[in-house]
Design a protein around this ligand. Structure first.
Ligand code: SF4
Length: 96
């Protein structure tokens, strides 16, 4: 079991309402569909979201097949989110 909480070190999804020079959500959840992992906290809306600072962490990860996943938490230190198969993919996802 990991005792660290992974930080989101980079997010290049500028259409997300939480992105203000980085992710300002307190924590994101990584989920996605069968063939790729993505940020389930991503939202493209007119509302401005998040805190007045960049400090996002991965609060939960649903991808139990990822090699960094431990007890539905992420064991990586610097998680990167960006476009891939979907708008906001987890670029750090590494299936076993
Ligand atoms: S896509 Fe996810 S990681 Fe990126 S800013 Fe939005 S909530 Fe944060």
């Amino acid at each position: 079991m990991t005792t660290e909480v992974a930080s989101v070190s980079d997010c290049s999804v500028h259409s997300c309402s939480f992105n203000h020079d980085g992710c300002t959500a307190f924590a994101i959840t990584v989920g996605g569909s069968r063939d790729h992992a993505s940020c389930s906290t991503f939202i493209d809306t007119s509302a401005t979201g998040g805190l007045p600072m960049v400090l996002a962490h991965v609060g939960a990860c649903q991808r139990t097949e990822c090699s960094f996943n431990s007890h539905l938490m992420c064991g990586k230190t610097d998680v990167k989110i960006g476009s891939g198969a979907d708008t906001a993919d987890c670029l750090s996802y590494q299936p076993q």
